[in-house]
Design a protein around this ligand. Sequence first.
Ligand code: IMP
Ligand code: MG
Length: 183
Amino acid sequence: MEVQDVRDDLEEILYTREQIQQKIAELAAEIDRDYADKDVLIVGVLKGAVMVMADLARALKSHVTMDWMAVSSYGSGTKSSGVVRILKDLDADLMNRHVLIVEDIIDSGLTLSWLKANLESRGPASLEICTLLRKPEAAKVDIDVKYVGMDIPNKFVVGYGLDFSEKYRNLDCIGILAPHVYS
Ligand code: IMP
Ligand code: MG
């Protein structure tokens, strides 16, 4: 789905598909360099990170293992609840593995800080985070994020995996959702 397919629903386009691919290529180059002599397990957080995982994994030049986890921190609205539940756990054992969590967006940071502590307790050799987007003004907890694609304003965004009520995930760009859609 492209921007003209949802025209009135977006207040502004933040990143086009080309700009997203450029950012992903930059992140992949950094990750390739940092993990040059290590086997990395990339963990995608469902469902939002599906597009980032798919494109990031293909942009990497080294072998990676991919695993998935589903957690829930949101209802169908636009505010983080801070309540995290595991809906689907990892298949992989993290003991002594180099683990890289791949996220679509860090908003309050509540989901990731919980996830990071949870995965840390499983004994990985290292644990880092890569997120395509981050909203610095929305941060409620401080988390150390090694790879950040772009910092964005504190607005509700959709597209490229990010949804509002399960819609817009298949939009090829990232845009700010117009308030009339959710109010
Ligand atoms: P946090 O716990 O507030 O950091 O929220 C994390 C999760 O909320 C993300 O992984 C997204 O799934 C969702 N989320 C946060 N902000 C947005 C947004 O602007 N658009 C769509 N989903 C969002
Ligand atoms: Mg998410």
